[in-house]
Unconditional design. Structure first.
Length: 170
């Protein structure tokens, strides 16, 4: 099997673009980084999303401004960094649990996949936050509940759209 590094670079570039793109949704700053990596894990046949997210985290720690809300070694102390670390198990799970686009959206695996994947992301991130002793209920609502709901809604919409594109191309 040949590993295509161009797809990893594509994933890294899309991740960086998604991370620095911040939308204001009803006064809430939202970055689509989680959604983009979820979709990449669903599209490619190898897990380029995980390799791309690891490269993305390393670049951010090295000080390259790729994170939405900061960069550098000092960013490790931020609560948002725990979510970036949680990208790794998130993308692994999303890739392993993915299903083909030929399945209908009524299939339970397709319906629960985003819910479980984003649940793992937020569970891992909040466990890391609790282990560091910095859990805050207000940040939990902001970072986990609001982000999770937006990500789930957009993931379902994107899966529907990708399936329609796939059916038109077939």
């Amino acid at each position: 099997m040949f590993y295509d590094f161009s797809r990893t670079l594509f994933t890294l570039a899309i991740s960086m673009l998604a991370a620095v793109t911040v939308f204001d949704i009803a006064g809430y700053n939202y970055s689509p980084i989680f959604l983009v990596l979820f979709l990449i894990s669903q599209i490619f046949t190898k897990n380029y999303a995980t390799v791309g997210s690891i490269a993305y985290i390393i670049l951010g720690i090295l000080g390259i401004q790729v994170f939405a809300f900061g960069a550098g070694i000092s960013y490790i102390t931020q609560l948002g960094f725990m979510y970036l670390i949680a990208l790794i198990p998130f993308t692994i799970f999303a890739f392993l649990y993915r299903s083909s686009f030929e399945e209908t959206l009524n299939h339970p695996k397709k319906l629960f996949k985003p819910l479980i994947a984003f649940g793992i992301l937020h569970l891992v991130a909040n466990i890391l936050i609790m282990l560091t002793g910095r859990f805050n209920i207000f940040k939990f609502i902001d970072l986990s509940i609001l982000t999770g709901l937006i990500d789930l809604l957009l993931a379902y919409l994107a899966l529907i759209y990708l399936q329609k594109i796939r059916l038109k191309l077939a």
